[in-house]
Write a new protein. Structure first.
Length: 251
């Protein structure tokens, strides 16, 4: 069974200036357990909207999306138990410490106290949060907050991770640590679907890449296949070639 299954999915919005906007336009693809799939696309391509539909934050206009066998529209509570969702701008409760934050979200997922404490200790260790684990989140740096948010997304041990630009705004050290974690998640059998503007990240990590533009999929294949298919031998060049070839010409 696919970890993520998307079938003919669409999401439209009504914009006063532009009218109906097809943010996601008849998208279909699957992601398997133990697979890292990258979403590449320009700003406004539909990456974040697609991830928000999968995360049950937006209802699809048409089509279907499932996570670990649960329909995100008709079975949202069951689906939420199966994924961890992270964005670059996910907020934290400023007055809570990292440990209190993890305790709070662990309680929401009804994790037994003994199991929860063991998981908190584990994430404090692997994400290097020991020195700030009891400090209010309002005083943490961007990188520290992102480590707390990553632990929060994992506290219920989900088989699927939905990551929306997880390294945006982070320095090289923290970005590298998050990429290492994504590799580890794959090794643990988790499915990871993540969006990024960094082609180098996608090329380094991904088993497959989905290139999306104007809400539609332009390519869904391995890095090597996309590079060779574009006739460029370079992922960045192949990406630009695909996007530019689907631009609307000026009048």
């Amino acid at each position: 069974m696919p970890a993520i299954e998307i079938t003919d999915l669409s999401k439209t919005f009504l914009d006063r200036a532009r009218g109906v906007v097809n943010a996601v336009d008849h998208v279909s693809f699957c992601c398997e357990p133990g697979e890292i799939v990258g979403l590449l696309g320009p700003n406004g391509a539909g990456k974040t909207t697609l991830l928000r539909v999968l995360a049950t934050l937006l209802k699809p206009t048409a089509g279907r999306a499932g996570v670990a066998g649960f329909d995100v529209e008709t079975e949202p509570l069951e689906a939420r138990k199966k994924f961890g969702y992270l964005t670059a701008d996910t907020g934290l409760y400023k007055q809570l410490t990292p440990v209190e934050t993890l305790c709070f979200f662990g309680a929401l997922h009804e994790i037994p106290d003994k199991t929860l404490q063991a998981r908190i200790d584990h994430f404090v260790g692997i994400f290097g949060m020991e020195e700030f684990k009891n400090s209010p989140c309002r005083g943490l740096s961007t990188g520290q907050k992102q480590r707390v948010n990553l632990a929060r997304a994992l506290i219920h041990d989900p088989p699927v991770l939905l990551l929306d630009e997880p390294t945006a705004g982070l320095d090289l050290v923290i970005s590298s640590a998050i990429l290492d974690f994504i590799r580890q998640a794959k090794n643990e059998g988790r499915c990871v679907l993540f969006s990024t503007h960094h082609v180098s990240e996608a090329e380094l990590l991904c088993d497959r890449i989905v290139i999306i533009h104007r809400g539609r999929i332009l390519a869904c294949d391995s890095v090597d296949a996309i590079k060779s298919g574009g006739g460029r031998g370079n992922l960045a060049h192949a990406f630009l070639h695909l996007v530019n070839s689907h631009e609307i010409p000026p009048n």
